[in-house]
Design a protein around this ligand. Structure first.
Ligand code: ASP
Ligand code: MG
Length: 422
């Protein structure tokens, strides 16, 4: 018998029929002797619907102007789904109680729409578990020091579930979702992509931040910090499959200590089209230029990802970096208006038709030649590399967007990711 946290996403909670299925599955775990805490998302589409209503009433205002009310509003989605799940469990003959974030309470800071969890008081939940109840805790929300309802950012129910699991020292946190695990890459791009049985949390962090949107990235950070065993698995298996089989399915996010010896060097290929490239040409090559360019960008709250500076010719150099595609125009305007004149640079160019493709794997730490194998495979496909960045467990390149899928397929093959591990 163990304390287990289940999290169900919006699709899994999408209709009364599906909620009934969730209830049956949870009841199966509880009847097997486990203490169960369940964290549901709002029914699919509900958060968007609610936020859409707000937009209708205040189209001209920035969201930030009424963010307190947005949280008050959006939190109702999870309150409804949590109550419905408790009712469904009771209909299955289980004892169950649901709590909103403020009732637990889950305390957060006061950053509306992107609050961070600070502490969780688990006394009430523990007492209910001890009394034999299945406890449902709303995802996505908490309460600040003044009693205001806060939410954790879109996709935040993952983080709620991991935080509850961490606070309660749960044996495992299972994230039930509409995919059956984490894949070597997106199966829509590479049909041979395989589900990974395990992935290290550092790899998951890299993949989650690069477009494999299985988990909210903050939930992975949380799991890493508090060493919460985390599993991503499908909620679309029949609810009555064997519990042990279900408990081993999906992808387990592990910590390096428990890694098996023969870890693949590259575990996955991540990619995204979310970035744009900015190049400042003909910059005088002297101290302080990186700061002048990127300082101005940072002051405008624009996040920068990759950066390269070329060697100089005749005292001038070119300086390129990438930003979120949504910030592309703003960055160009900013540089043209404020930075270029002061810098004495010649020109700013932007390119939104780029893609970033990355190979990720903790095995890269202890192997040489991994990046060069990546570059060879791209050159064999005739794909030009525009930028490169590396970290201990990742190498990323920026290429022309139109070759993105080709690059992903070539790399997936080059690193034998379609071959099942022995
Ligand atoms: N319901 C929230 C959203 O749609 C939180 C979540 O589902 O994780 O973003
Ligand atoms: Mg989600």
């Amino acid at each position: 018998m163990a304390l287990i946290v289940h999290k169900y996403g919006g699709t899994s909670m999408g209709s009364t029929e599906r909620i009934r299925n969730v209830a049956k599955r949870v009841a199966k775990w509880a009847r097997a002797g486990h203490q169960m805490v369940v964290v549901p998302s709002a029914m699919s589409g509900e958060t968007n619907r609610l936020l859409g209503l707000a937009k209708e009433l205040a189209p001209a205002k920035a969201d930030s102007a009424y963010s307190r009310e947005l949280d008050m509003l959006a939190a109702t989605g999870e309150q409804a789904s949590s109550a419905l799940l408790a009712i469904a469990l009771q209909a299955e003959g289980m004892q169950s109680v649901s709590y909103a974030g403020w009732q637990v309470p889950i305390r957060t800071n006061d950053a509306y729409t992107k609050a961070r969890i600070e502490s969780i008081d688990d006394a009430k939940v523990r007492a209910d578990l001890a009394a034999g109840k299945v406890v449902i805790v709303t995802g996505f929300q908490g309460m600040d020091d003044n009693g205001n309802i806060t939410t954790l950012g879109r996709g935040g129910s993952d983080t709620s579930a991991v935080a509850v699991a961490a606070a309660m020292k749960a044996a495992e946190c299972l994230i039930y979702t509409d995919v059956d695990g984490v894949y070597t890459t997106d199966p829509r791009v590479v049909p041979e992509a395989r589900r990974l049985h395990t992935v290290s949390f550092e790899e998951m962090l890299e993949m989650a931040s690069m477009g494999s949107k299985v988990l909210q990235i903050r939930s992975v950070e949380f799991a890493g910090k508090y060493k919460v065993p985390l599993r991503v698995l499908s909620s679309f298996t029949p609810w009555d499959i064997d519990l042990n089989e279900e408990a081993q399915s999906g992808t387990l996010i592990t910590f390096e200590e428990d890694e098996q010896m023969e870890q693949a060097i590259v575990s996955g290929i991540a990619f995204n089209r979310d970035e744009a490239k900015i190049s400042v040409l003909g910059v005088p090559d002297k101290p302080g230029i990186a700061y002048q360019i990127l300082g101005a960008v940072a002051d405008a709250n624009i996040e920068v990802d990759m950066i390269i500076q070329n060697i100089s010719k005749d005292g001038k150099t070119d300086f390129s970096f990438t930003v979120n595609r949504a910030d592309h125009a703003k960055t160009i305007d900013l540089l043209k208006d404020k930075v270029l004149p002061a810098l004495g640079a010649q020109e700013v160019q932007g390119d939104t038709r780029i893609a970033k493709v990355s190979i990720v794997g903790i095995g890269m730490r202890s192997h040489v030649g991994v990046a060069s194998k990546m570059f060879r495979s791209l050159s064999e496909e005739g794909i030009n590399i525009q930028m490169i960045s590396t970290s201990e467990i990742k190498t990323s390149v920026v290429i022309d967007e139109k070759y993105m899928e080709l690059a992903v397929r070539a790399l997936h093959k080059a690193f034998d990711l379609d071959q099942a591990k022995a």
